[in-house]
Design a protein around this ligand. Structure first.
Ligand code: NAD
Length: 303
């Protein structure tokens, strides 16, 4: 039985991870400032420390007596980074450095959340880990910064890490009421109530949607690969889904007719985002296996 710190453990992905860790018998401690997460998401039996991951004294307290750490705390929104560039940078990159610096003191391995946003608008499809990163948002730049500081942590300080570049994660507990929420939670919420959904541009833009339970399995497996060479892996399915196709599958599952409200295309929006999952499948010996239909059905059952 290990003692595990999960930063951001009251958020969407972190809360699922905490449940899985508790289910296998680990002692779980959560560090979360509850800025977007909720205490209601705290896994039964997990201990909560409310605080800011960018505050070194708080991180020190959170990591005391911990064996391994999953670092998921972040302001997980490209739009928030546009509105509050420095504030998101502090949480997303300074918070990661604060965590790595304290992990160094105790030799604690860290698995952390990176993002497909590090690829920016690269036209390489599917995106594999060796594609040159070209983030175009503060959020993507800070996530790439996390990867680079993880390299420093390994090379200079001997801290073992693994970074996971999440593509579009979806599933239960993703808050549809947040203005920064993912398209799936918003569509599920609206269509379950028989309401129209907004589609920006022609709706033919595609995303690689990955179900949260698959992400949790990959997070768990990633701890075994943590090393001072700071590996990073895509967490994706390799399956593209257009926004229009997504809306029609959800409407079908809801047994409702689909009413689309077409809105102007959003400036700067990436047209296609598709990941290559092969490296993660090989190194983590697991992959995203849940079909979109099954994952959406689980998500709708929660709403
Ligand atoms: P979320 O907003 O549900 O969870 C983030 C959690 O971090 C929240 O509980 C929030 O309260 C907490 N937090 C934020 N700032 C903090 C701070 N300064 N100190 C302590 N806690 C803080 O988001 P999520 O979707 O669960 O994302 C988890 C991680 O995965 C994030 O690092 C995010 O950037 C990354 N990610 C998510 C996706 C996705 O599709 N959901 C895609 C790529 C990367």
């Amino acid at each position: 039985m290990a003692t595990v710190l999960v930063t951001g453990g009251c958020g969407f992905i972190g809360s699922h991870l905490c449940s899985a860790l508790r289910a296998r018998g680990d002692r779980v401690r959560v560090l979360d400032d509850l800025s977007t997460g909720s205490e209601a998401n705290l896994a039964p039996g997990a201990a909560l420390l409310i605080g800011d991951v960018a505050r070194p004294a708080t991180v020190r307290q959170a990591l005391a007596g911990v064996d391994v750490c999953y670092h998921l705390a972040a302001i997980a929104s490209v739009q928030r980074g546009v509105q509050d560039w420095y504030g998101t940078h502090r949480a997303n990159l300074s918070g990661t450095i604060a965590l790595l610096e304290e992990a160094r003191r105790h030799g604690i391995p860290v698995v952390y959340a990176s993002s497909a946003a590090i690829y920016g608008d690269s036209t390489v499809l599917p995106l594999h880990e060796d594609v040159r990163p070209r983030p175009l948002s503060a959020y993507g730049a800070d996530k790439l910064g996390c990867e680079q500081h993880a390299l420093v942590a390994g090379h200079t300080h001997g801290v073992a890490t693994t970074g996971l570049r999440f593509f579009n994660v979806y599933g239960p507990r993703q808050d549809p009421r947040s203005p920064y929420s993912g398209v799936i939670s918003v569509f599920c919420d609206r269509l379950a109530r028989g309401e129209a959904v907004d589609v920006f541009g022609d709706g033919l833009q595609t995303r690689d949607f990955v179900y949260v339970a698959d992400v949790v399995r990959m997070l768990l497996a990633a701890m075994d690969t943590a090393s001072t060479s700071a590996p990073v892996y895509n967490v994706c399915t390799g399956q593209p889904t257009s926004i229009l196709n997504l809306a029609s599958i959800i409407a079908d599952l809801c047994g409702t007719s689909l009413t689309l409200r077409h809105q102007p295309a959003r400036a700067g929006e990436i047209r296609h985002s598709l990941g290559q999952p092969a490296l993660a499948r090989q190194r983590l010996a697991t992959s995203a296996a849940t079909t979109l239909r099954d994952g959406l059905a689980e998500t709708l059952a929660w709403i």
